[in-house]
Design a protein around this ligand. Sequence first.
Ligand SMILES: Cc1cc2nc3c(=O)[nH]c(=O)nc-3n(C[C@H](O)[C@H](O)[C@H](O)COP(=O)(O)O)c2cc1C
Length: 188
Amino acid sequence: MKFVTLMGSPRKEGNTATVLAWAEEELRAQGHEVDRIDVIDCTIGYCDGCFRCQDADGGPGCPLEDDANVIFRRIVEADGFILASPLYCWGFSAPLKALLDRSVCLVKRPASGDPVYMLGGKRAGLLVTAGGPDEGNADLITEVFSRLVEYLGCERTGRLVVPYCRLQMELGPNVEVQARDFAQDMVE
Ligand SMILES: Cc1cc2nc3c(=O)[nH]c(=O)nc-3n(C[C@H](O)[C@H](O)[C@H](O)COP(=O)(O)O)c2cc1C
């Protein structure tokens, strides 16, 4: 299978990148393909709410022709994707939030007939690192992720929250094992 991984931290060698790399390594070790995107390096404008994208045929169709459309095309070609984010103010980091807002273009709403889900059936995983606990802290991002997955017509296949890591590399010894288990959940 092929997975696009979206790394949403500005710290390219921080906690999120480290945990994601373990999951990616496990996917590759099992013969899967991984296409990593560091979202911080991408140009992603804010959704301006025009909704023209939802009528467009044959592609993401957002009139803002920046890296969001490029990323979406890569996900369309994959079997699944992983959103990897540091928990920022109980939610996704700003670069990922900008991208997720733009994902409304992936559900087409023809004038007649049912909606068309460009990511329909794709596997979707959430990986979060947080300075605080999971409970009462990462619950909101989990809920947002679940609703997004439902909205996009995807299948929620994995969730990993790594709590209590604030400084770079403050990761407990069992986190690598959890990351590899998370990768396993993505392909089962
Ligand atoms: C702007 C900002 C907001 C944050 N908000 C939260 C938060 O709401 N809850 C939390 O537990 N940790 C929060 N943190 C801590 C980060 O989630 C945590 O340090 C994370 O592991 C950083 O990942 P990184 O090393 O990949 O950047 C915040 C950190 C920053 C810089």
